[in-house]
Design a protein around this ligand. Sequence first.
Ligand SMILES: [Zn+2]
Length: 391
Amino acid sequence: MRDLTSQALLEDVQRWVAIESPTQDVGAVNRMADHAEAELRGLGAAIERIPGTDGLGDILLGRVPGKTGGAGMLVLGHMDTVHPVGTLAGPLPFRIEGERAHGPGIYDMKGGNAIAIAALKHLHATGRRPRLPVTVMVIPDEEAGSPSSRAQIESEALRHAMVLVAEPSGQGGRLTLARHGISRFHLRTIGQPAHADAYHEVGRSAIREMAHRVLAIEATTDYARTIVLKVGTITGGSHENMVPLGCEACVCVLVPTVEAEAQVHGRLLGLLSVNPDVRLEVRGGLFRPPYVKTPAIQALYDHAVAFARDMPFPVPGERAAGGGSDGNFTGCLGVPTLDGLGVIGDGPHTHEEHQLIPCLVPRTTLWVRLFETLGTPLVAAAQAPGSSVAM
Ligand SMILES: [Zn+2]
């Protein structure tokens, strides 16, 4: 891609969106991986494709040499979406309305994958190279918590000097400098069954016990400290004419720090049954660890902000994001991680999902500049966003 035009970039994004890729559909996700692989091969990347495990799609890596060697930059993205196959032909077709382009996964995060790779295609087409070696890694299962990719993400991150994540930007283009942690707990109550009419008084209801627990757990939410506990799913009972023997619930917890998570964890494990005749089991814990802003992350951010200052859509600020991403895994390892470099838009995981078309050129340009200028050490690089960067 010699010229970074809105039209060419939108066509790139549309090619990603046209291949639906819900996490659980391994064939669909691998068709997405085929497309990503072709794109990366086309710009001269050395490809590694790791076959999927546990019924999930493949992990794809494309390695691009830099002007200098050494530990380079890891670009992270995910190929999966939450939208089932058929969304494109049904409730969320690819369509343009004014400045908005709609489609499944267009914001989270096919738009981001497309522009990061488009920036590399642009460098390749104009005979240029990133300053540091770049590894593009796209994974198949982020929307399910990256169960099959986490170990690979962590080992790649530790081999790189920094991580740039092409997840959607925050409101208006904010970059993500910290992410809260996410825990999941599975609660199970085991009651005592009985005929619901004839012997109701001797039964002990697992659902009733769980209902008490749900209210108690959600009541510990503390928005001011960003500690949020919410029961996302609940199932129980096996027949309407039976005092229910079992009930299960999944509690999702958002925490700002490891210490806060330990407190919440301890409180949940210490839950006692309201009715001692009903047993309560709690298992689970942290699966996306939190990370906080470090001086190196600040340096990455300052570097990006300086370049974006004179462009349309300058970076309007930073955020600590509530939702998790694969940046949680790399940030908490201490590898400088700048997240939220994807497209600007809204409505992730809904049928209103869209991105803003006018952000495509400036956001891709920002990627080009980051590829061409980011070096190590990060703090030195942040001081000199040179005017000599050609576009
Ligand atoms: Zn995402």
